[in-house]
Write a protein that binds this ligand. Sequence first.
Ligand SMILES: [Fe+2]
Length: 385
Amino acid sequence: MATSVISTAELKALVLDGNKHQMIADNDYFSQIKPLEDTLPAIDPSIKFDPAIHLAFKPEFLKTCKRTTMEELGASCPEQISDIGVSEPFPLFTDEAVEIMRAELLRKEVFDEFGRLSYNSTTGLGAMIRGYAKDAAPFTYTAWTHPITVSAVSAMAGVELEPIMDYEIASVNVAMKSPDAAANELVSSRRRSSLGNKFDDDVPAVVGWHNDSYPFVCVLMLSDTSKMIGGETLIKPPSGEIIPAKGPAKGKATVLQGRILNHLASIPIGFTERITAVTSYRAKNPLTFDGSVLSTVKPEVNYSTVYNTFYPQWVSYRMDIISKRALHIKETFDKSLEDKEVFDKEKAFTLLKDLEAYLHKTSTEMEVSEKEWAYHKSRLNMKPT
Ligand SMILES: [Fe+2]
């Protein structure tokens, strides 16, 4: 099919079919991914995630690990769900846990079913593997959803969190380069402004400037970074001065209030593989502001999102929040009646309008604009042949 003349109707059919037009080519899998898998031990299906063995997090990290506040970033706003903006890398999972996660992930059947070319990669082979954890990676799924892991991430984030939905557990970004390309990079310098250590707006990126779709993320590094130089997350607060946040080493993670903070994952120099797993969260309290959008994750934009699995989960999570908020409104006015209070109409308007807006957003976020279809079409032409 000539991608330059593909119609939106044809594209819709491809999206409904699971974006198979953007699968990772066998050639790329066998030349770049399979060699990584071959270095790993076979998965022992009897191994279950045990926080006493596999979680590397310790409560003392809360004191020793620098966490930059939204205020320090000049990004405080009413929509923030925590005072914390971003954390330094902290140990989250042990080496053994990371090896098991890699073994679950790097299998051919996982790449075929859940892996697609990145919709926004700016260099090399970029792939995303999403929505696989619950069905195809039981260790990974339990590791991220275990209550002790969730409380560790929440503690670092400064707010009680809950993973958005199963689809957003351990979303993987893979960036691969040939050893030659990696070696060449080590002799070239990264682009920086004339201000020495300060980064300019055009810094080469694994993923360009963006805001995440969900309130908070935890980014876990699954690759050895000992030979990489750079690879920071750069944050551009409203004040404009770009602030680098150190990227995590293998087994370490960072938390980031990525819905509000405009950020970019800069390209490290000298890597041959860079694999990260990102889990997205909202505040556990259903009444806390939830500004989630679908701009970077909807299946019409992000090829690794499967239409028939993703959208039902989105609707279900939103209805869960809506029912809890509706119950809160009901109980608020039941109590006011019981207490024989004067009816607070303004309060009722505010609560009901918020609920309406949240419901409205639930459906409008699933709409696809002409611009988004055009973007999808333009990226089709970038698919390697
Ligand atoms: Fe991001």
